[in-house]
Design a protein around this ligand. Structure first.
Ligand code: CTP
Ligand code: MG
Length: 228
């Protein structure tokens, strides 16, 4: 039997760095809430069974109206991103979950296919893009050494996890001397290998008002979501 794959879209952050009057995932981007872009991409991917949308508690009711669909579940997020991810995977009964940041509206079916191809070889996988900038360390106002860029990647989402195992590792995280800050680090801390799939730089994360302007320009150029 085909293994079930659900998407968990984490959209419960407040968006402090964006500084809008509503939580970041619900800020209208060219007329539609930011989260609706990645939602549509996962909702139309043939390998994705259900979608769990993790939203701020105060937006549960409006999200249920906005994303009313038999294959979509809406759950409340937590204070930290990992707590939101945990609530999302608890709601899913799938064999595998793809955890995705609502703040990345330009995920594509190609990037989803790329991370899904890791299923046969890994329990956990991330998407990443090559680092393109020159990266240096620094102390105060002086530059330190340059880091070899060819060794560096920029980590993005979606990230793939065997759901039961992820849940089990989250429950055991308190036994580690240092608590990992994301789910892939958690797998690594318990000795699992993280599979690597190449993503797409277009699938960048909207963090600041400048990122938001870039996203608006991309949509205007591509006339995406015409007629919505
Ligand atoms: N997220 C979440 N629950 C949290 C924190 C973050 O679901 N408690 C989600 C965000 O909604 C976002 C993704 O995780 O889609 C990546 O987080 P980030 O870009 O940091 O978003 P925010 O935490 O909302 O922004 P900021 O850190 O500027 O407050
Ligand atoms: Mg944050």
């Amino acid at each position: 039997m085909k293994e079930q794959v659900d998407a968990v879209i984490v959209a419960a952050g407040s968006g402090t760095r964006l500084g809008a009057s509503v939580p970041k995932a619900f800020v209208p981007l060219c007329g539609s809430p930011l989260v609706s872009y990645s939602y549509s991409v996962f909702r139309t991917h043939p390998a994705i069974d259900n979608i769990v949308l993790v939203v701020p508690q105060q937006l549960i009711e409006s999200s249920n109206e906005m994303f009313s669909d038999p294959r979509t579940m809406i759950v409340a997020g937590g204070k930290e991103r990992w707590e939101s991810a945990k609530n999302g995977i608890e709601a899913s009964g799938a064999d595998w979950v793809l955890i995705h940041d609502a703040a990345r509206p330009f995920v594509s079916h190609k990037v989803i296919d790329s991370v899904l191809s890791l299923i046969s070889n890994f329990d956990c996988g991330i998407t990443a893009t090559p680092e393109v900038d020159t990266i240096r360390t620094y102390t105060g106002n002086t530059a330190g050494e340059t880091i070899d860029r060819s060794k560096l990647i920029r980590v993005g989402t979606p990230q793939l996890f065997k759901r039961d195992l992820l849940y089990q590792l989250i429950e055991s995280a308190h036994t580690l001397s240092q608590i990992p800050t994301d789910e892939a680090m958690l797998f690594q801390a318990f000795g699992h290998t993280i599979g690597l799939a190449w993503g797409d730089p277009k699938n960048f994360k909207i963090t600041t008002p400048e990122d938001f302007e870039i996203a608006e320009a991309i949509i205007a150029k591509n006339s995406m979501f015409l007629g919505r």
